[in-house]
Write a protein that binds this ligand. Structure first.
Ligand code: GLY
Length: 291
């Protein structure tokens, strides 16, 4: 079947919050095209999602991997997860430090008896795998933290706080996969757990796959990804599942967005906030959610 791919680099209020809109759009197009070429060459949905997430984690304008935001104590702690829809298998890391690509740890854990590791255990795993230590801090993120620190983090949450990256793919064999990675909400209390490494923020089965971005607490409260996937599994179309889930979310003033693909190859997305930074390849062309 025709493979499909959609990726995101977060959501927010301002289309220029990650640098110029044109540049962000060009980067998303570049990454979706590179990852789609792999999918077309026969890569599995899982392999493609890992590759797309790696490229997005390596792009400093997005809040994941290099360019992750700092927490209240000035440290970076990242979270990432993968869900292989065919095997209905979830894996992830929570609050890991000093690695370049948290998604690679989630990849390893797909085949481990212990599939979600937190801070110390995740770092131990990175050492076991001989992954070299890496500092994901950028000057821009440090400057943002210093500015917020001056007001003791009392200002309105910075735009980056709705940053996350994610990818959802359907491969030629009809297998679905979702991956999500984040530096977290930014300026948060030590030990705060992001939705991105939970089934609320990232979920897939044989029927649909979803990756979320936005305020993690809102995503957790809605059980968003698993809610959308369950609705599709129970027979609702992807478009209706997204519309219903987001209508409910709006009534509760939630602040987030999601990207999705179903087993038939329908690509979808929805948001409660003004902007979603996403791009897709539908088998014919690249498109995006930035007008
Ligand atoms: N959605 C990312 C976070 O709130 O941690």
């Amino acid at each position: 079947m025709t493979p499909k791919l959609i990726i995101h680099g977060g959501a927010g209020d301002d289309p220029h919050s990650k640098g110029s809109k044109a540049e962000t759009k060009a980067i998303l197009h570049q990454i979706v095209s590179a990852a789609y070429s792999k999918l077309l060459a026969g890569a599995s949905a899982l392999e493609t999602v890992i590759y797309a997430c790696q490229l997005l984690e390596d792009e400093p304008r997005f809040n994941a991997g290099t360019g992750s935001v700092l927490q209240s104590d000035g440290q970076i702690r990242m979270s990432a997860s993968l869900m292989d829809g065919q095997r209905q298998s979830f894996s992830g890391v929570i609050n890991v430090s000093r690695v370049k690509n948290p998604i690679h740890l989630a990849q390893f854990l797909q085949n481990s008896p212990d599939r979600v590791l937190s801070d110390y255990g995740a770092l131990e795993l990175a050492r076991e795998l001989n992954i070299p230590p890496y500092n994901p801090l950028t000057d821009q993120r440090l400057q943002e933290w210093v500015e917020e620190r001056k007001t003791n983090f009392q200002r309105k949450m910075a735009e980056v706080t709705r940053g996350t990256i994610g990818a959802v793919a359907l491969d030629q064999a009809g297998r679905l996969c979702a991956g999500t990675s984040t530096g977290g909400r930014g300026f948060e209390r030590i030990g705060r757990v992001s939705d991105s490494a939970t089934p609320a923020g990232n979920y897939a089965n044989a029927f649909a796959a979803v990756s979320c971005t936005g305020v993690g607490e809102d995503i957790l409260d809605e059980g968003l990804a698993v809610r959308i996937v369950t609705r599709v599994t129970d027979g609702m179309s992807l478009a209706d599942a997204l519309a219903k889930s987001f209508q409910e979310a709006r009534s509760r003033h939630r602040d987030f967005a999601a990207i999705a693909i179903d087993q038939k190859g329908t690509i979808g997305w929805e948001k409660t906030c003004p902007v979603l930074f996403a791009a897709y390849h539908d088998g014919e062309q690249v498109g995006d959610t930035l007008s």
